[in-house]
Design a binder for this molecule. Structure first.
Ligand code: AMP
Ligand code: ZN
Length: 461
């Protein structure tokens, strides 16, 4: 098996090889927790989760680091406007710290609902102020920093290859010099440390060698990835919007401080856009996972929808598409749970599925292999075992569906347990009697190789 991934740095799909054999370090830019995540943000995390699962499929041990931006992300990527956290605080009347807490918790809930694997490390910007100050201090000693009235800035003119990731047009920038640069010397320079306003206190501020203030947005990722991975690790991910500013600036900082371009592979998920013409007005243009749940969709149907588009093509969201994903998932669950356990995965199907995954995460094609398998005439137990293998990458929790979906009352569960015991004791008469009792209560029992399965009959639902 060989994995090939698209690398934004080289603008090519190239074979993946880890820096350290057997191990992969992966850093993913996480949420700015001043509001809920929208389903666009979540598409990027689904892509990263599939990538991580694909790496595991290939036998690598993955160290997955995700940051939580709880300070320093200004409203504009050009270092203008307010800090998003302080702005969120003014919007809601709660403290910036309380907001960070609330939206981090909401984000974690979305994360788990989408069956995203737990990262090896979650790290918060506010928990790593000392590391960020030390990083900026090194940059200053190396001559990459200048001071203005409102903060410390990184001088991008010191690097000839600044902006290579985004193929920055330096000549074009010179020509179009009308861009407002404020106190900055060059349009692409960016804040490393911002001073608190002299006439007011901020809710989130810290002392530094340069004055009281807070870190710029980009520095946390350079500092925390160096701490939890190394200044040179395997894969750095984020959404495509990060290429031009955030990731270009992370690279500039790390290049200046450690002499590396941070990650061997740079991978970016393309955007989800809302097809507003096809969506009800009440949904508005800020759609959260909860918005979909309130409409009766399963979070994993949204995950399924994400898998139907390649991560490097944009995905237009509308409710019809989500409903189609929900139907496909329902059909898959129903068929899967009708199959007995105990079979062995079919090697040719596994090889075909893995090959699609390994070709730069071609999940739409991998799903096509899945449906071909479902419709094939292979023994049901073989199909089930093969789908179990596929689901290690798809993450649709097919094996757990039954228990997730059906809420079994305690008295019914107790009867089922007695029946299970009767079956184990080979007391068939008692098992049959209990089946009838359950039926009278509105529950149907199916026996399979993996044990009995309970489902409500019409009466119980
Ligand atoms: P933020 O909370 O704004 O820092 O964004 C969190 C993640 O979501 C980043 O990786 C962004 O690049 C990504 N992102 C933002 N908008 C979208 C979108 N519409 N579709 C896909 N990913 C997005
Ligand atoms: Zn980042």
């Amino acid at each position: 098996m060989s994995l090939a991934l698209y690398d934004t740095w080289s603008r090519a799909v190239r074979p993946f090889a880890p820096i350290q054999p057997g191990h992969v370090g992966m850093y993913c830019c996480g949420p700015t927790v001043y509001d809920h995540a929208h389903i666009g943000n979540l598409r990027t995390y689904v892509f990263e989760d599939v990538l991580r699962r694909a790496l595991t499929l290939n036998g690598y041990t993955v160290r997955h680091v995700v940051n939580i931006t709880d300070v320093g992300h200004l409203v504009s990527d050009a270092d203008e406007g307010e800090d998003k956290m302080e702005k969120g605080s003014r919007r809601t009347g709660d403290s910036a710290w309380a907001i960070a807490e609330r939206y981090t918790a909401a984000f974690m809930a979305d994360w788990h609902a989408l069956n995203l694997l737990e990262p090896s490390v979650w790290c918060r910007a506010t928990g790593h102020i000392a590391e960020q100050i030390a990083f900026i201090d090194t940059l200053q000693r190396k001559g990459y920093v200048y001071l203005t009235a409102d903060g410390l800035y990184f001088d991008t003119s010191k690097q000839d290859d600044y902006g290579y990731l985004t193929r920055l047009d330096h000549a074009g920038l010179q020509a179009g010099k009308r861009v407002a640069v404020g106190e900055k010397r060059h349009a692409t320079d960016f804040a490393l440390w911002k001073f608190s306003p002299s006439d007011s206190t901020r809710q989130m501020e810290w002392d530094s060698p340069w004055g009281r203030g807070f870190p710029g947005w980009h520095i946390e990722c350079s500092a925390m990835s160096a701490k939890y991975l190394s200044p040179w690790f395997d894969i750095h991910c984020g959404g495509e919007d990060h290429i031009s500013v955030h990731h270009s600036n992370e690279i500039a900082q790390t290049q200046a401080c450690h002499g590396t371009r941070l990650a061997n592979f740079w991978m970016h998920g393309h955007f989800l856009t809302l097809d507003l013409a096809k969506m009800s007005k009440s949904a508005g243009d800020f759609v959260r996972l909860q918005t979909l749940i309130d409409r009766g969709s399963d979070p994993l149907a949204y995950r399924y929808l994400c898998l139907t588009a390649h991560y490097r093509s944009s995905l237009r969201f509308n409710h019809e598409a989500l409903d189609a994903a929900q139907s496909a998932l329902d059909r898959l669950r129903k068929t899967y749970s009708s199959w007995p356990a105990g079979g062995h995965a079919d090697a040719p199907f596994v090889a075909r599925f893995n090959a699609e995954v390994n070709q730069d995460l071609n999940l739409p094609r991998a799903l096509a292999v899945l449906w071909e398998l479902v419709k094939s005439d292979l023994p049901a137990a073989t199909r089930r075992a093969t789908v179990d293998h596929f689901d290690t990458v798809l993450g649709l929790r097919l094996g757990e569906w039954q228990t997730d979906k059906v809420d079994i009352p305690a008295d019914i569960a107790a009867l089922a347990e007695q029946r299970e015991k009767a079956r184990a004791d080979r007391n068939w008469a008692q098992a049959d009697h209990l089946r009838e009792v359950l039926k009278a209560e509105g529950w149907q029992v199916e026996d399979s190789a993996s044990g009995q399965r309970l489902s409500p009959t019409e009466r119980a639902t």
